[in-house]
Design a protein around this ligand. Structure first.
Ligand code: FAD
Length: 285
């Protein structure tokens, strides 16, 4: 099933998970998947490590498991910066053979230790190439607070529009902690005549190492209300978990009350996090 079909009918609920580390068995993720799938998401997206074929294999194996053992539609993330056309062709063929129809097409982060192939410079190049050959449903990434490499908002919007024109049908957002940033971004997209579903990505922050990573990596604004919560509970694991869930839940309820098209939860492979959020919105979504 193509994910785009969902949005004509309802708001979506979806989760992101990542393949377990190389030396860990894929079966180890079953406990997580059982809980996630019982929450009845519309789809589960599976991340993709940059560079190297073993990363692709893990992503595909996990996506197959989700589709054929748990009967939930998978979305496979695919980055392009470190691959050439023949590698992308191979990947597309496997997806077609496995009847996996949904790709989150990504450029991938620049990494000086992995050689860029110079064929696909942006996610839009990947979409244009694959769309000319195959019939996938393409999702794309978007950044309510701008991509870290972006020089200005106007160019960022122009590039996003290019990605949509190339064939993106749904946008999944980078995580954010200030809903106003997301609402403004959606408004700017609509002004730019980007009219496809824009799904907010929400990551409940439940431990301090996660907070540090967020600050360095994604550059999301930490609203004062959120900063106070972190400062107050950073040394109390259980309290931080409760507070992080409550904060994310308040974001989700506010988003749903404002008629967004769905919710995408960055689960960090933690089924309890997804359960708690879903429990809080079971009569809402
Ligand atoms: P692009 O859309 O190519 O944009 C990247 C930058 O280039 C932006 O600044 C944009 O403005 C600019 N740009 C775009 N087009 C042009 C153009 N034509 N000319 C000039 N500049 C242009 N990474 C992984 O490695 N694996 C994952 O599984 C993964 N999953 C993700 C899931 C989500 C929902 C999100 C939001 C991100 C994910 N990422 C993942 C991270 C992503 O790979 C990085 O953020 C990456 O740096 C940008 O990818 P993109 O597809 O957004 O790139």
């Amino acid at each position: 099933m193509k994910i785009s079909d969902i949005y004509n009918k309802k708001k979506s609920l979806s989760f992101e998970i990542f393949p377990p580390k190389k030396d860990s068995e894929l079966e180890n993720i079953d406990e997580t998947l059982k809980v996630l799938c019982e929450l009845n998401p519309d789809y589960i997206s599976v991340t993709f490590g940059a560079g190297g074929t073993s990363n692709c294999n893990r992503t595909i194996e996990l996506a197959k498991k989700i589709k054929y053992e748990y009967h939930i539609e998978p979305v496979v993330h695919l980055t392009c910066l470190h691959y050439d056309k023949s590698e992308i062709d191979k990947f597309a063929k496997i997806l077609i053979d496995e009847e996996i129809q949904n790709i989150l097409a990504l450029r991938g982060d620049k990494n000086p230790s992995i050689q860029e192939k110079g064929v696909f410079k942006h996610a839009s190049d990947l979409i244009t190439y694959l769309k000319s050959k195959h019939d996938f449903c393409f999702l794309g990434a978007c950044y309510p607070e701008c991509h870290p490499e972006s020089d200005n908002k106007i160019n960022e919007m122009k590039h996003l529009k290019k990605k949509v024109i190339a064939g993106t049908e749904i946008l999944l957002s980078q995580l954010f902690f200030d809903n106003e940033q997301f609402f403004s971004f959606v408004e700017e997209c609509r002004i730019a005549d980007i009219n496809i579903p824009i799904i907010p990505g929400i990551m409940p922050v439940i431990n301090t190492s996660q907070i540090k990573r967020m600050v360095t990596l994604c550059g999301a604004t930490f609203p004062e209300r959120f900063q106070k919560i972190i400062l107050k509970y950073e040394n109390n694991k259980k309290a931080l978990f409760d507070a992080g869930i409550a904060y994310a839940l308040s974001q989700v309820i506010d988003l749903l009350a404002n008629d967004i098209d769905g919710i995408h939860l960055y689960t960090m492979n933690n089924p309890l996090v997804a359960s708690k959020i879903c429990e809080g919105i079971r009569n809402i979504i």
